[in-house]
Design a protein around this ligand. Structure first.
Ligand SMILES: NC(=O)C1=CN([C@@H]2O[C@H](COP(=O)(O)OP(=O)(O)OC[C@H]3O[C@@H](n4cnc5c(N)ncnc54)[C@H](O)[C@@H]3O)[C@@H](O)[C@H]2O)C=CC1
Ligand SMILES: O=C(O)C(=O)CO
Length: 326
């Protein structure tokens, strides 16, 4: 008998075919997110679950007593309660590498759109205008400026390469561990966070959301930034104290921001960030190209199938590798 799995989001046909070869499966085939009560019912007797950033808590796991693997269709796995999963011996997997270049492109899009005011000027032209006073259109140069990257992981590295080699930027970075190989390859410089904040024209966060990064960037950090600097976040909204960011923008402490992520998603309609011309806002689309999303779904399916057929999935999240080492 094939193992039972549940897929909590629509997936491409080829990905479904792979799962069908090995599993007895059901799919949530609707664009709107699966309602919690439906999901809790569907997972009652499954061994595997594939989910788009599904929230896996102790309460959830109690509804899924046969669950062996949760395959997250995302690289960020902050919605996993790692201790609860460890306690119930449930492996969690994610989709690293396949989206790195795509997210790095988007991060650069945010840098360019913020600095050169692309979204604002797009609206200007579409509203029937063309020329105003010339310096009304002035933005800031990206080439040869200083980019400070907080979080030099898989995606941070791809952003650093674009910045250093493509735009000839001066790249500073902070990270939990120093990366001398990248320093040599791209000429980037490791430094203290305070130095990075004081000396960057663009401060870009590319950190996972964990207990140690929750609201890591707050009032103090914004106060150290240049008044001409832009803040770019393409990782998770909660690594920033959003109230402090709003205050910094309202009071001219920093020049602008480019945001793909927010503290609450979908972003609340009355969030002051949505009213600011110097803030570029996107609906969490860092990995949203057809190819990257296909590759993520395929990788998640491979992890799911491995987890329910007695093999070791390729992309177990680091904190849960201990479960297969037992
Ligand atoms: N906007 C979007 O659509 C996307 C957002 N993301 C987010 O970006 C995050 C990063 O992705 P990757 O680069 O693949 O992860 P990664 O794990 O390769 O890199 C994260 C880096 O942050 C560093 N780090 C962790 N905690 C730290 C701390 N307290 N202080 C300093 N450095 C710390 C790590 O050493 C690592 O080098 C994901 O966890 C996810 O939340 C990822 C993909 C798309
Ligand atoms: O992969 C992730 O962590 C995302 O946020 C969406 O791609």
């Amino acid at each position: 008998m094939k193992p039972k799995v549940y897929i909590a989001k629509p997936i491409p046909k080829e990905v479904e075919e792979l799962i069908a070869n090995y599993c007895d499966y059901k799919i949530w085939n609707h664009e709107e997110p699966i309602p919690k009560e439906v999901l809790l019912k569907e997972v009652e007797d499954v061994e595997g679950l594939m989910t788009p950033k599904g929230i896996i808590t102790e309460e959830f796991l109690a509804y899924a007593p046969r669950l062996k693997v949760v395959s997250n269709v995302a690289v960020g796995y902050d919605a996993f309660d790692i201790e609860a999963m460890k306690a119930r011996n449930v492996i969690g997997t994610h989709t690293p590498y396949v989206l790195d270049e795509t997210v790095a492109d988007l991060a650069f899009g945010l840098i360019l759109t913020s600095a050169r005011r692309l979204a604002e000027l797009d609206q200007f032209v579409k509203s029937g205008k063309w020329r105003g006073i010339e310096d009304d259109f002035y933005g800031q140069d990206v080439h040869h400026a200083t980019l400070g990257i907080i979080g030099m992981g898989r995606i941070g590295e791809k952003i650093a390469r674009r910045a250093a080699l493509g735009f000839e930027m001066n790249v500073l970075y902070t990270n939990r561990t120093r990366k001398p190989d990248l320093e040599e390859r791209y000429g980037i410089k490791y430094c203290e966070t305070e130095f990075l904040l004081k000396n960057s024209d663009f401060v870009l966060v590319m950190l996972p959301l964990t207990d140690s990064t929750y609201q890591l960037i707050g009032e103090k950090e914004f106060s150290l930034m240049r008044s001409t600097a832009f803040f770019i976040n393409c990782s998770r909204g909660k690594v920033v104290d959003e109230k402090a960011l709003i205050k910094a923008l309202q009071n001219g402490i920093i020049r602008g921001a480019g945001l793909d992520v927010f503290e609450e998603e979908p972003v609340e309609k009355d969030n002051p960030l949505l009213k600011m011309d110097n803030v570029v806002t996107l609906p969490h689309i860092g990995s949203a190209t057809a190819k990257a999303r296909f590759d993520m779904a395929m990788k998640a399916a491979e992890n799911l199938v491995a987890g329910v057929t007695g093999k070791v999935p390729e992309n177990i999240v680091p904190e849960l590798k201990i479960l297969i080492e037992k």
